[in-house]
Design a protein around this ligand. Structure first.
Ligand SMILES: Cc1ncc(C[n+]2csc(CCOP(=O)(O)OP(=O)(O)O)c2C)c(N)n1
Length: 265
């Protein structure tokens, strides 16, 4: 995690502080739900051409936003509006500007109307073309339309942190991009999209490489109208992924193996 943790995370909250946080979170849940309902009406009445929304996934995203820090990156998909609101990376006005494909980057900073709605990007460049300091901000890489396409990029972002961490010369040179590799890459994906090969390749590679990556699966049991029974082994991706859990035994075994140079006979 990046060093600048808010005070509220470091110490115990008083009851009044706790109440304030809960009420703020509840307000955001309601606002985000209303944005989904209103947005869907705009699409179904023909005022916006297409739209997918994040209703039903509000609370989990608020929880995720609480541990998302400056310097971290998101690589996610179209259901993440509440996470973006909670991370202060998107306003409801910008959300609707994207739905109406507003061509002004001030109205729709994600893509100036170029991307579909729910494709959440933060800007990496200043208006003069220079790099923004990515350590001072929370960051979101632009969503892409093929489901699970966000997974390899998630892995790449996490691997970058590991490489920075292991190479102080590199991380010194790349000030503005890393704080000694302490950044975490946060990924999101729908349960049906976990059937894509890119998902399993990413999970496998993350296990091998041991990179700082956190994945949330928004598991609602369906991919459009197809239930998990027809697309996920055991109908439950969490059960499937248990096989990828790192076991202390395996780790201990690897560490006790002789180095290749000293194997005899
Ligand atoms: C590679 C690919 N195949 C199909 C689609 C069409 N598509 C868009 S969303 C979707 C369903 C995804 O379901 P899930 O991953 O469970 O996410 P949810 O929308 O339910 O949160 C499909 C099949 C796509 N965008 N990309």
């Amino acid at each position: 995690m990046t060093p600048q943790q808010p005070e509220s995370i470091k110490r115990e909250l008083s009851f009044e502080e706790f109440k304030t946080v809960i009420l703020e979170d509840y307000r955001l849940v309601c606002e985000s739900r209303q944005a989904s309902l209103t947005g869907r009406k705009e699409v179904l009445t023909g005022k916006a051409k297409f739209g997918i929304f994040g209703d039903g996934k509000e609370l989990a995203q608020i929880a995720m936003a609480k541990v998302f820090k400056n310097g971290d990156f998101r690589s996610g998909y179209y259901r993440d509006q509440t996470f973006m609101f909670a991370s202060n990376l998107l306003t409801i006005r910008e959300f609707f500007a994207q739905l109406y494909a507003h061509p002004d980057p001030i109205a729709d900073p994600s893509s100036a109307g170029r991307c579909m709605n729910g494709h959440f990007a933060t800007r990496l460049l200043n208006s003069d073309g220079s790099w923004k300091d990515q350590i001072e901000t929370k960051n979101s890489s632009a969503d892409i339309s093929p489901t699970a396409g966000q997974m390899p990029r998630l892995l790449g972002l996490a691997l970058a942190s590991k490489l920075y961490k292991g190479n102080s010369t590199l991380s010194q040179k790349m000030k503005g991009f890393t704080s000694n590799g302490n950044e975490v890459a946060f990924g999101t994906i729908g349960d049906a999209s976990t059937s894509e090969g890119l998902f399993f390749e990413t999970i496998n590679a993350a296990g091998v490489l041991q990179v700082p990556m956190a994945i949330s699966v928004w598991d609602d049991g369906y991919g459009i109208s197809v239930p998990a029974l027809f697309q996920t082994t055991k109908q439950n991706i969490s059960e499937v992924l248990k096989g990828f859990e790192e076991r202390r035994k395996i780790k201990a075994m690897l560490f006790s193996m002789p180095k290749p140079g000293i194997i005899r006979g």
